[in-house]
Design a protein around this ligand. Structure first.
Ligand code: C2E
Ligand code: CA
Ligand code: CA
Ligand code: CA
Length: 276
């Protein structure tokens, strides 16, 4: 069953490298890394289902340790959320993106997506921060804010205020990990969303059963009936890609098209316009 299997580790094709015998980060270490500005944005391409060309990218946070080690989001985002440091993560990340705007804008993406957590959503200055980000990219690249359903559990009234602030600031909104949380359908109908991302667990299971495929199809139809663009994440195989395109998905994201990568690699992999 799709929901029950969500919490199990993802099956991996190759065995991961043996984990280094490192103690996990503690709050004080994370605070010190943040103070030193060690959050790095990685970028994962999102392609149009029509052209299979990148039309945007999702920004995913990484922590660069002084010895050069790069920690994935799983190593510090949950800790940041629990400890109240998530707003600082978002602040450092946004500053970095603003700094990188002169390199990012010429790539010609329609949009860049940035994730916000539940804890962010309760912070008051997040809308101000996002407005600065929007302004740094205005006239070229839209900023899309990806909100998970857990970010919305709190209070629909509060969410209405925040989402309209973000919208007024010029950001677009996307509902992330759709299908995994709760109260999604009400929120979907009542909040000013532009797009919906079908959680990668559904994409991973769409060939397991007729039921699983129908679930993806239902989410797609629901999104379209509410005039939302529908994005499928976690696309790893050509079979998944082709089936999703046949179903009518608007955009695709996943290892099949590219892994999250640092800016230098993103700049190299993008089709640059011909230089005179
Ligand atoms: P998410 O927003 O659902 O991001 C998608 C995750 O799926 C990313 O993991 C991405 O690397 C991974 N992914 C992309 N394509 C594939 C694929 O084809 N197959 C598989 N198996 N995985 C794929 P990542 O980068 O480790 O991020 C994990 C989560 O951490 C994100 O899930 C997001 O919820 C959170 N996160 C990351 N950066 C930030 C941030 O700056 N702020 C906040 N609040 N949360 C963040
Ligand atoms: Ca996301
Ligand atoms: Ca997601
Ligand atoms: Ca997720």
């Amino acid at each position: 069953d799709v929901l029950a299997r969500r919490s199990m580790p993802e099956p991996s094709k190759k065995a991961p490298p043996p984990p280094k015998a490192e103690a996990p980060l503690d709050v004080d270490e994370l605070r010190a890394h943040l103070a030193a500005g060690r959050i790095e944005p990685y970028f994962q391409p999102i392609v149009s289902a029509r052209t299979l060309k990148p039309v945007g990218a999702e920004v995913l946070s990484r922590l660069r340790l002084p010895d050069g080690t790069i920690l994935g989001a799983g190593a510090f985002i949950p800790l940041a959320e629990r400890s109240g440091l998530i707003m600082e993560v978002t602040r450092v990340l946004s500053e970095r993106l603003i700094q990188l705007a002169p390199q990012l804008r010429p790539l010609g993406f329609d949009f860049l997506s940035v994730n916000l957590s539940a804890a962010n959503v309760q912070g008051e200055d997040v809308a101000v921060l996002i407005k600065r980000l929007v302004d740094a990219f205005s006239g070229g690249t839209r900023i899309v804010i990806e909100l998970t359903e857990t970010a919305m559990l709190s209070d629909l009234q509060q969410m209405r205020a925040l989402t309209s602030h973000l919208r007024l600031g010029g950001a677009s909104l996307s509902i992330d990990d759709f299908g995994v949380g709760y109260s999604s359908i009400r929120a979907l109908a009542e909040l000013p969303y532009d797009a919906l991302k079908i959680d990668l667990s559904f994409v991973a299971e769409m060939f397991d059963s007729e039921k699983a495929a129908n679930l993806v199809d239902s989410m797609l139809r629901m999104g379209h009936s509410l005039s939302l663009d529908v994005v499928a994440e976690g696309v790893e195989t050509e079979a998944q890609r082709d089936r999703l395109i046949a179903m009518g998905v608007d955009r695709l994201q996943g290892y099949l098209f590219g892994r999250p990568m640092p800016i230098d690699q993103l700049v190299c992999s993008s089709d640059q316009p011909d230089q005179p």
